[in-house]
Design a protein around this ligand. Structure first.
Ligand SMILES: C[S@@+](CC[C@H](N)C(=O)[O-])C[C@H]1O[C@@H](n2cnc3c(N)ncnc32)[C@H](O)[C@@H]1O
Length: 275
């Protein structure tokens, strides 16, 4: 496995979106007085900290280094990666930015719940922006709903629709691997993903008909609002491969009305650019 990955056009767009939102978030939180707030950046699937652009061959900063370069800075940074090689490259790169940076090697779900979220309690006047950007169905609903209940943490989520289609949302769901089904249930929070993913209509061949990707992303968006308790959840923004098929959606889940206007603006700009 390569520790440093090559990134395509859409990953570069994703990183630009993260850069813009992190900067706006940090400006708003730094300006807040009475009470003043202590704001934290969390990157749960952080990677090594840098990538190589497929298009130009140049180095591209990854999301954790983008966060470290944000002005005004966050008060603390927490980065997690399961891969020891990536965590140590990131530790080295992040070491140049000062002492308020924690790099954990471990499973993001456990580290978030046990070590990081307890440092960002609402009643301590702390707030956090947490990026969940995995390759597959790797974060759990427990993490997402805990962040929603805490009311101090915003989530920037990668909703990995291509990974779902490949592993569990098959045309014939009965042939899906049991472990993948369990992973999907842990990701979604319960079994209701089955209703969200399939209609009761049958195709000519007798299979249940699968719903389209946007319907799936919208069903998850509603869960973030209605079940996890986020006041504001953005419209999902599809991020595509070179054949224009959605790989994943970006979704912002927040308690703050201000987040709504900011992310709508940013997403709008990138939708226009795609056209
Ligand atoms: C899409 S990459 C992250 C890219 C990064 N957000 C960026 O934009 O620069 C996903 C990372 O998650 C890590 N990973 C996979 N499973 C994990 C888990 N359960 N907990 C923490 N990290 C994990 C992988 O090693 C990989 O570095």
């Amino acid at each position: 496995m390569n520790l440093v990955t090559e990134v395509g056009f859409w990953s570069e767009i994703k990183l630009e979106i993260i850069r813009e939102y992190a900067s706006a978030y940090s400006q708003v939180l730094s300006a807040q007085k009475f009470p003043s707030l202590y704001h934290v950046y969390i990157d749960a699937f952080a990677g090594a900290g840098f990538h190589v652009s497929r298009k130009t061959g140049d180095w591209v900063l990854g999301s954790p280094l983008i966060a470290l370069e944000t002005i005004p800075p966050f008060k603390e940074y927490h980065f997690i990666d399961l891969d020891g090689g990536r965590a140590s490259l990131l530790r080295e790169a992040a070491g140049r930015y000062g002492s308020n940076v924690w790099v954990y090697e471990g499973n993001a779900n456990q580290v978030l719940l046990n070590d990081v979220f307890p440092r960002v309690r609402y009643e301590d006047y702390r707030r956090g922006l947490c990026l969940l950007d995995p390759y597959g169905l790797h974060y759990t609903w427990e993490v997402v709903s805990t962040a929603g209940k805490m009311r101090s943490i915003e989530l920037f989520l990668n909703f990995p629709v291509a990974a779902m289609n490949r592993t569990v949302l098959l045309r014939d769901p009965s042939v899906a691997d049991q472990r993948e089904i369990q992973r999907m249930t842990a990701f979604w929070g319960d079994d209701s993903w089955r209703e969200a993913a399939y209609t009761t209509k049958r195709s000519l061949f007798g299979d249940l008909e699968k719903l389209e990707n946007p319907a799936m992303a919208e069903a998850y968006r509603r869960r973030l609002q209605d079940v996890a308790g986020f006041n504001y959840v953005s419209e999902p923004l599809p991020m595509r491969n070179s054949k224009n098929a959605p790989l994943y959606y970006l979704i912002l889940a927040s308690q703050k009305p201000a987040a709504s206007a900011i992310i709508t603006d940013i997403f709008h700009k990138y939708r226009q650019r795609r056209r």
